[in-house]
Design a protein around this ligand. Structure first.
Ligand code: ACM
Length: 262
């Protein structure tokens, strides 16, 4: 089954959860797709001042953001992955997968970036792959990109597509994801945000450049550095089943784990 994959690039207003969710869903409503990928922390914004603020804005997996997204997924008969601050006793930087029937799964960011260490507990669920009607979808969040082990683990677990909610501030990731895709022969969909958050003496600018990359490392589509928008592409995820680079090189089968110990 052909997948209509949409990446959504937003510019959330810090702390304005209802507004941010409504704006994103309005953008999505204008563009039909089977799977939508939203940025990391798309409902709250990113640049928290302290843990109190994070706790105030964090939600459970059945909180108001989930309710709005789940209603959209049910009405549009689609799947959505979105990033949010998850309240579960501890606070995690998480991504939820929602389908037409409701909540389907959760990933908690394993590799926290910079001041996220002050606010979030590192993820404890491992890297997860979900079997969906159009193929196998694995989740990681933003800075996980810098650890090749994250994408590799998802590929070894059978992911055809890596779904990658992000809030990028360093310039490297959009090009680095090309390598993540080539070395695993998988698709990737990075949904980033744009804009600036200057709060509590910390000034962050987000780089946009959300993109969809093919298993051959082709950038199939990339949004601009400043634009708010949505990019939709038709994909056959089963292209990612073919791991042979040459007649003699099968990327995953030919790994030599016994040679890799440090
Ligand atoms: C990041 O992981 N949000 C840079």
């Amino acid at each position: 089954m052909q997948l209509r994959l949409a990446i959504v690039q937003t510019n959330p207003v810090f702390g304005e959860v209802e507004l941010n969710v409504r704006s994103a869903l309005n953008l999505m409503r204008s563009t039909p797709a089977d799977l939508y990928v939203l940025p990391e922390l798309f409902n709250t914004g990113y640049n928290f001042i302290d843990g109190v603020e994070v706790s105030r804005l964090a939600e459970s997996t059945s909180g108001p953001t989930f309710q709005s997204v789940a209603e959209f997924a049910r009405d549009q008969a689609c799947h959505v992955v979105y990033g949010f601050a998850e309240s579960a006793g501890r606070i995690y930087n998480s991504a939820a997968l929602v389908g037409p029937g409701g909540f389907m799964g959760l990933y908690r960011k394993v590799h926290l970036f910079d001041r996220e260490h002050l606010f979030f507990t590192p993820g404890d669920l491992g890297f997860r792959v979900f079997n969906l009607p159009f193929g196998n979808v694995g989740l990681m969040i933003c800075f996980d990109w810098i650890y090749p082990e994250a994408a590799r683990t998802l590929a070894l677990k059978g992911a055809h597509l890596i779904v990658h909610p992000s809030n990028l501030v360093l310039p490297y990731c959009p090009d680095a994801m090309v390598t993540r895709c080539v070395e695993n022969r998988v698709f990737a969909a990075t949904a980033d945000r744009v804009g600036r958050e200057d709060r509590g003496g910390v000034d962050l600018r987000f780089i946009g450049k959300s993109e969809i990359v093919s298993p051959r490392g082709e950038i199939l589509g990339r949004l601009g550095a400043d634009e708010v928008g949505i990019l939709v592409m038709g994909l056959d995820l089963h292209e990612a089943d073919f791991k042979k680079l040459t007649g003699y090189n099968d990327l995953l089968v030919d790994r030599r784990p016994e040679q890799y110990s440090a």
